[in-house]
Design a binder for this molecule. Structure first.
Ligand code: PEP
Ligand code: MG
Length: 325
């Protein structure tokens, strides 16, 4: 099976009836980069920069940050890399974090909230990203944006850092893309506020669905509540995709669900065309895509999604079985 996936590496990720789907990699450490060549991914859709902080006892110095980001960009060559800025807190605590333990860390002082409250740390990272780009393209996204102000504040810091570097003789990125992760359900209803300012939205379903389903992603006993192939979840993801289309914002999905063939097919049925996933998902998802007749699947999937009877999950499983995935 592994060999069969390897053989797919050079094949386009295109449905049987000709729709191209971009498959990208979720990565976080230098060792993940090997997977890019092995899988033939179209780029890195999510680079989790906090991993470098989590594996070290001390905060990585700016030189170490620049070196890591540069190696990622060098490795990717002409393929795009989307750096996600520090996403600490929640399930990703620093080894020496002395922060008071919160009752609900997923809902607490984490992610972009933490970064904006630690501007020294955050700015150093943004500076490292600008320096690593070294006059080439740079794509940055901010995690768990809940309200537009967080995005604007973070983007302003990034612009300040570009100016700071420029004033010191370092080149500006040749092309800058600034995105936001949609992981907090409220932000799905706040996209109007960032339209025109945000270059892309990346839907982080791991967090988004734990909030949407009120089921902690870290608690196995509620894993069932985490069902993605459910009408409420799919209608919500459809709403997000339609909002992005209405507002002309490019959108992708980077949560783990994108790596599971049935779920990935549902996302494509909703109109998503860019998926980013762990390396192990790329082969199976590509194999699924290449066997699928999207023009047959999509209308029936949407009909099931908007019907008011029947069990959605069974209908979807029956439809995906027809596609022999
Ligand atoms: C997500 O929440 O879906 C996501 C991609 O980010 P992480 O899993 O790192 O929280
Ligand atoms: Mg997340």
């Amino acid at each position: 099976r592994q060999a069969a996936f390897q053989a797919l590496r050079e094949q386009p990720s295109r449905t049987r009836d000709g729709t191209d789907i971009s498959l990208m990699l979720n990565a976080g450490l230098a060792i993940d980069l090997d997977s890019m060549a092995k899988t033939g991914a179209d780029g890195i859709g999510l680079f989790r920069t906090e991993f470098q902080f989590l594996v070290s006892d001390t905060l990585p110095r700016i030189d170490a940050q620049i070196a890591l980001y540069r190696s990622v960009l060098d490795f990717a060559g002409s393929k795009p890399v989307h750096f996600r800025t520090l996403d600490l807190g929640g399930d990703k605590l620093l080894p020496n974090a002395s922060a008071d333990l919160e009752e609900n860390p997923a809902l607490g002082w984490r992610s972009i909230r933490f970064a904006l409250d630690r501007p020294g740390l955050f700015r150093r990272q943004l500076r490292a990203l600008v320096r690593a780009a070294d006059g080439g393209p740079l794509s940055v996204m901010f995690p768990m944006v809940t309200i537009a102000e967080e995005f604007f504040e973070a983007k302003a810091l990034l612009m300040d850092e570009i100016e700071w570097s420029r004033a010191r003789g370092h080149p500006e990125p040749s092309e800058l893309r600034v995105g936001a992760m949609l992981e907090a359900p409220a932000f799905a209803y706040g996209l109007d506020d960032v339209a025109g300012e945000v270059d892309f939205i990346s839907v982080g379903t791991n967090d988004l669905l734990q909030f949407f389903n009120a089921a902690d992603r870290m608690v196995p006993s509620v894993a069932e509540r985490y069902d993605v192939v459910s009408r409420p979840v799919m209608r919500f993801l459809e709403f997000i995709r339609n909002e992005c289309e209405r507002l002309d914002i490019p959108v992708s999905v980077c949560g783990e669900v994108a790596s599971r063939p049935v779920e990935a097919l549902c996302l494509i049925g909703l109109g998503y065309r860019k998926l980013s996933m762990p390396a192990a998902g790329i082969g199976p998802v590509k194999r699924m895509l290449r066997s699928v007749d999207l023009s047959a699947f999509e209308p029936r999937f949407r009909e099931a999604l908007h019907a008011s009877n029947g069990t959605f999950r069974n209908e979807v499983l029956a439809l995906t079985a027809l596609q022999e995935i």
